[in-house]
Design a protein around this ligand. Sequence first.
Ligand SMILES: [Zn+2]
Length: 118
Amino acid sequence: MAKLTKTQIIHCRTALEQIKDQLQDRIEQSGQSTEVVNLDQALIGRISRADAIQQQNVAISTRNSATIRLKKVQFAINTIDTNSYGYCKRCDETIGYPRLEAQPEANLCINCQDKADH
Ligand SMILES: [Zn+2]
């Protein structure tokens, strides 16, 4: 894969900053919804409580996956700052722009990601 151009890196950085903002919003919102559910639990019956717990679980898992992705995004931004962005952390090959354009926080090349998935 070709090395990234400056323009491509700037494009990825902009995308990463946007994803970071979205994830931070999502984490904040899911935090609020777990608080709301906790308040409601004292006031509602058993069936609604099951629903509330379900909703709370969804909010928690949304927050957990958003937190994990946010860490990857933050890490990718750091690697841009240290000029090591776009390299596979496993084999050190360039990841390639088409893949980074689709998923700018990717830190494995397609080959290594493929192996990691199996
Ligand atoms: Zn690799």
